[in-house]
Each structure stands twice: as structure tokens, then as C-alpha cells.
Design a protein around this ligand. Structure first.
Ligand code: NDP
Ligand code: ZN
Length: 353
């Protein structure tokens, strides 16, 4: 089969690979909507998880099941399913302890385009299909469904981790597709003042549609100073991080109120340490908490989020700015994600077989 892969550090391209085989608990899908992710870019062009050779990229998409294992109960060939980016081993001790995404070791649930071939392939292997796949709701276009594989569950997880409550003042740092979903999640959880940090005009427009009350540019001076000025020196209750770098934690702590918390979903592609400012962290006693997490997945989670979309609580299709047609457009989609033209939020590739 044909696939688009990481060939080595800083190198991606088309390869031929054997079609994957289906174990008793697994499923094989053909992609019908795929989306490249900033994480694919960190992986190939920042070497964030080390070198990989001929590893198929991609972890966001909707597919049609073409084969299921003998023990799969819920799904059958012909079903249209959301393939979540994270596909844990649900029987693991980590899953039993509530952290399925770390099954088998830290970040171990992140298999696609990390420890096994991803979804940019003519055939996709999904482990533990019953637990990991989710039905695409009737009437939802597959391209919108692809935004549930990763963007929506990740962005929402930022606000879950930070524990956004009714009336909170919230700052979302980074309003690419993940941060935009964090804005939407924070608004749904009751944020009062919602400051969104970013510069791309399309992203700013969608941030406002999702409920941002103020837009701040990290290019206009230190973020903490700008937020402290806007909040009359008080700061915010929650900071959701979906962009920036290792230094972003420094400004996040500085803009956070005592008792506040940070929810990070940004993939820190480079740098060795995160800096925490001693004084603004209350010399160690400020009750300022930092959380960071990989997106939760699983059928239960993804189908619940999909139902929010069905009922009009949030529309993740607003993220889609570039629609490409055909399997051979995967490369163009990946390069769009790498180059991030100013009008890009998220590209999607639609595929007909
Ligand atoms: P984008 O690159 O599209 O967006 C990044 C955002 O951060 C943009 O709004 C950008 O602003 C802003 N930004 C850039 N530099 C700074 C800075 N120095 N300070 C503050 N803001 C800055 O990324 P995505 O939305 O696609 O992804 C966000 C992150 O989430 C990525 O690291 C990705 O790998 C990660 N991720 C994590 C997952 C998880 O499970 N935890 C899952 C999926 C993705 P501008 O408007 O100027 O471009
Ligand atoms: Zn992703």
C-alpha cells in the first residue's frame, strides 16, 4: 500500500509498505477524511520524539472499516468511524488507574505516528477497535468528524485540566486549532473574561466566535504584563497553554492568581527545562498548580464530544480553512501545516475510493 511517512529527521515523503494485518481485537480502516497536525511537524522537523525511519505519519481522521478481528463486537465492515489520535491499551494497569493515555508507560497510548504507523496510509490498523473507535454520528460530515480525533478533545482537555469554573477569568495562550478548541471549551465551562493570545486574523475571528472576549498579541510585549494590565493587576484564574514554548510557563505563572491553575496541552518540541519564576510562584507557596496532559480518547469520550457537536454546542468545522481532495494531497496538507500560511487554521484532505 501507499503511505506518507517520516523518512528520517527533517525528511518526509511517500513510501510503499505492506498492508497491516488485523488481530482479533483490531480493525482495519480506509481513510475518508484526514487532517495533518502540528504534532506531525514537531515530530519530523523538530525531531521532538527522536529519529524515526519510514514511520507513517498522521493521527487524525475518519475512516470506513474494511475488516474487523474475530473478537470485535461493536463494529463491522462498512461502519464509518472517527479514529482518535490516541489509542490506549484499555486493559493496562495505567488504564485501570484512570490514565489510559499512558498505557504501557508515559505517553504509551499515543501509538499512531509515534510508536506505530499512523493514518496517512491506504489501510490503517486500529488496536482494540471496540474501545478506541467511535461512530461518526449520522449526518456529520467526515471532515468535521476528523476535528474530533484530536483538536476538540485536546483543546477541551486544556480547560478540564485547569478546572475552569463559572465566572473564571481565563487566558488561552495560542489560538491555532488546538487553542481555539480550548477557547470553546473554556467558554462552555463558564469563563467570564476570556483572553485569547494569537495573531493570525482567521484564528482571531474564530476565537471571537468561540467566545473570546479579548485578543492579546504575544508580539506586543510580555504577555504577563499585558494580562496584568487588563485585569488591573489581579491576573487570571486559569491559563490554558496551546502554543508558545518552554518559556511560556514563566509568563503563565506570572499572570496567574494565587489558587489558580494552568492546563497545558502544548507539545514542547524543544528545550530541556521549563522555567518557573520563584517569586511569582509565591516563593514556592503560591498555590499555583501546573497540569499538562495528553488528550483523552476512547469511544466513550469521543462519542460524548461528538454528541455536543450534533446538538450545536460547538462547531469544530470552523477550524477547517483548507479543503484538499484526494489521497495524493496528503503531502500538500502536511506542508501547509509546516509552513502555516497566515490564512491557515486546519487543512483537511477528503478521500474517495
Ligand atoms: P499552531 O501552531 O497552529 O498554533 C500555535 C499558537 O500559538 C498560535 O496561535 C501562535 O500564534 C501561538 N504562539 C506562537 N508562538 C507563541 C509565543 N511565543 N507565545 C504565545 N503564543 C505563541 O498549533 P496547534 O493549535 O495546531 O497545536 C498547538 C500545540 O498543541 C502544538 O504544540 C501541538 O503539537 C500540540 N498538541 C498537543 C496534543 C495533546 O494531546 N496534548 C494533541 C495535539 C496537538 P500565531 O497566531 O501568531 O500563529
Ligand atoms: Zn494531532
Amino acid at each position: 500500500m501507499k503511505a506518507y511517512a517520516m523518512l528520517g529527521l527533517n525528511k518526509a515523503g511517500w513510501i510503499e509498505k505492506d498492508r497491516p494485518s488485523c488481530g482479533p481485537l483490531d480493525a482495519i480502516c480506509r481513510p475518508i477524511a484526514l487532517a495533518p497536525c502540528t504534532s506531525d511537524i514537531h515530530t519530523v522537523w523538530e525531531g521532538a520524539i527522536g529519529d524515526r525511519s519510514n514511520l507513517i505519519l498522521g493521527h487524525e481522521g475518519v475512516g470506513e472499516i474494511v475488516e474487523v478481528g474475530t473478537m470485535v463486537k461493536t463494529f463491522k465492515p462498512g461502519d464509518i468511524v472517527i479514529m482518535p489520535a490516541i489509542t490506549p491499551d484499555w486493559g493496562s494497569l495505567e488504564a485501570q488507574s484512570g490514565y489510559a493515555v499512558h498505557s504501557g508507560g508515559m505517553l504509551g497510548g499515543w501509538k499512531f505516528s509515534n510508536i506505530k504507523d499512523g493514518v496517512f496510509a491506504e489501510f490503517i490498523h486500529v488496536n482494540e477497535a471496540d474501545a478506541n473507535l467511535a461512530f461518526l454520528p449520522e449526518g456529520m460530515e467526515p471532515e468535521t468528524g476528523a476535528m474530533l480525533s484530536d483538536m476538540m478533545t485536546t483543546g477541551f482537555h486544556a480547560s478540564e485540566q485547569a478546572g475552569v469554573k463559572f465566572g473564571d477569568d481565563v487566558c488561552v495562550i495560542g489560538i491555532g486549532p488546538v487553542g481555539l478548541m480550548a477557547v470553546a471549551g473554556a467558554a462552555l465551562r463558564g469563563a467570564a473574561n476570556l483572553y485569547a493570545v494569537g495573531t493570525r486574523p482567521n484564528c482571531i475571528k474564530v476565537a471571537r466566535e468561540y467566545g473570546a472576549t479579548d485578543i492579546v498579541s504575544y508580539k506586543d510585549g510580555p504577555l504577563d504584563e499585558q494580562i496584568l494590565e487588563k485585569t488591573k493587576g489581579k491576573g487570571v484564574d486559569r491559563v490554558l497553554i496551546a502554543g508558545g514554548n518552554v518559556d511560556t510557563f514563566d509568563v503563565a505563572i506570572k499572570m496567574l492568581k494565587p489558587g489558580g491553575s494552568i492546563g497545558n496541552v502544548n507539545y514542547l518540541g524543544s528545550g530541556d527545562y521549563i522555567k518557573i519564576p520563584r517569586v511569582e510562584w509565591g516563593v514556592g507557596m503560591g498555590h499555583k498548580t501546573i497540569h499538562g496532559g495528553l488528550m483523552p480518547a476512547g469511544r466513550w469520550r469521543i462519542e460524548r464530544l461528538a454528541q455536543m457537536v450534533v446538538n450545536g454546542r460547538v462547531d469544530p468545522s470552523l477550524l477547517i480553512t483548507h479543503r484538499l481532495e484526494g489521497f495524493d494531497k496528503i503531502e500538500e496538507g502536511v506542508l501547509l501545516m509546516k509552513d502555516k500560511p497566515a490564512d491557515l487554521i486546519k487543512p483537511v484532505i477528503s478521500i474517495k475510493w
